[in-house]
Design a protein around this ligand. Structure first.
Ligand code: PLP
Length: 398
């Protein structure tokens, strides 16, 4: 008898961030006291904004009094937060009912849990380079995975063609790691493909708040036909600094049906069985993000990260180094100079200028030859890292 899910044995060792940590640790042991300019991991560096902190304090106080105390929260989310999120979509021209919004503890949880809705024999398509959790969650669930490579030839935004065959389609836009963002007509090709074939799109919009080009879609539901083929998974982690506080949301339209089953109703059943909701305090903090003052404050923070991006992009421009992303996304996807591999570049930057980034190879084989900079670091460190990059690569040119 087999008691264990042996698909775990098929997981590739997740050595990306482990290797980065090992290499930086070894460097610091050899060079004690050295400051490293860390632009590898995509965690935020700015604290939660004042509007959120105030709401969190008030919610803690509510929990101290009999009249305002909250016990279990509704499993699919507090109505006040579901309504605030539906209104946020409405302001961008996407009509949602609050019952189509499910509050979650973050996008990572949902990207894995949502697979409960689909048959184990279904095939998942992952556009690579990709956020590693897509592949791993599918391997654990024993699903077949189709890896669709992207590259410079399609701006890291591949479209479906006659060879595309999959039941679940992971699309991340703005993309981690490449920073590429699908234009409406490109995303429409995926929506049309899904409606034609019966596939379901899992649209990861964790970085939508970083889009500044007004032509680019923030939500897949801006496109006609998406309500019958897509689920959108979102997070307040990067938008509002909730990486440690944990809050996200998932949108499942009521029209989304497959095999005579309604996916919104299935997810209600799933959530009411498998969770007891997100804490009242955190949901109150999250609701503050969607107030006018909260939006103003989170965009002030996003502006600081965007200034970091501008600073790094200008350094790369001055050195004539090619890169992607950075403008509508918090990641810069740099081409490794002179045919270096991404781990060679990692070692070179660490040893020569003490700058730490993420080797592209860790996001799938087609990420080899590229390197990711996160723009979530402190402005001071980012400025100094940019200066060091400029000096290193312009010295090389001479
Ligand atoms: N999706 C993408 C593309 C991400 O890059 C991340 C985090 O880095 C997540 C989801 C996870 O977000 P959360 O913190 O909400 O779990």
């Amino acid at each position: 008898m087999q008691t264990i899910n042996m698909h775990y044995a098929e997981l590739k060792d997740s050595y990306l961030f482990y290797n980065i940590a090992q290499k930086t640790k070894a460097y610091l042991e050899e060079h004690p006291g050295t400051h490293l300019y860390r632009m590898g991991i995509g965690d935020v560096s700015l604290p939660l904004c004042d509007a959120v902190i105030k709401a969190l304090h008030e919610a803690v106080e509510d929990q101290a009094h009999k009249d305002s105390f909250h016990g279990y929260m509704p499993e699919c989310g507090a109505p006040f937060l579901r309504e605030a999120i539906a209104k946020y979509y409405g302001e961008r021209g996407v009509a949602l009912s609050s019952e189509e919004v499910f509050v979650s503890s973050g996008a990572s949880d949902e990207l894995g849990d949502i697979l409960d809705l689909f048959d184990r024999s279904s095939t998942s398509l992952v556009i690579e380079p990709a956020y590693p959790a897509y592949v791993d969650a599918n391997v654990m669930a024993g699903r077949k995975i189709v890896h669709l490579s992207s590259g410079e030839e399609n701006g890291f935004l591949p479209l479906p063609d006659e060879n595309t065959k999959a039941d679940l389609l992971y699309i991340c836009s703005p993309n981690n790691p490449t920073g590429a963002v699908f234009r409406k007509e490109q995303l429409q090709a995926w929506v049309d493909y899904a409606n034609k074939t019966g596939a379901v799109i899992l649209f990861d919009a964790a970085y939508e708040a970083f889009i500044e080009d007004p032509e680019l879609p923030h939500s897949i539901f801006e496109l006609p036909g998406a309500r019958t083929c897509a689920i959108e998974i979102c997070s307040l982690s990067k938008t509002a600094g909730f990486t440690g506080t944990r809050l996200g949301y998932t949108v499942i339209p009521k029209e989304l049906e497959r095999c005579g089953m309604n996916l919104n109703a299935m997810w209600v059943r799933n959530r009411t069985t498998k969770t007891n909701g997100v804490s009242y305090i955190i949901q109150k903090g999250g609701a503050a993000v969607f107030t006018p003052e909260g939006q103003r404050q989170i965009h002030e923070n996003i502006r600081i990260y965007k200034n970091n991006a501008a600073c790094l992009m200008s350094a790369l421009d001055e050195c004539g180094i090619q890169y992607f992303g950075g403008k509508n996304a918090p990641y810069i996807w740099m081409k490794c100079p002179e045919g270096m591999t991404s781990w060679e570049l990692f070692d070179y930057l660490l040893h020569e200028i003490q700058v730490v980034g993420t080797p592209g190879e860790g996001f799938g084989a087609c990420g080899e030859g590229y390197f990711r900079f996160s723009t979530f670091g402190s402005p001071e460190d980012t400025k100094e890292a940019a200066r060091r990059i400029k000096t290193l690569f312009s010295e090389e040119a001479h």
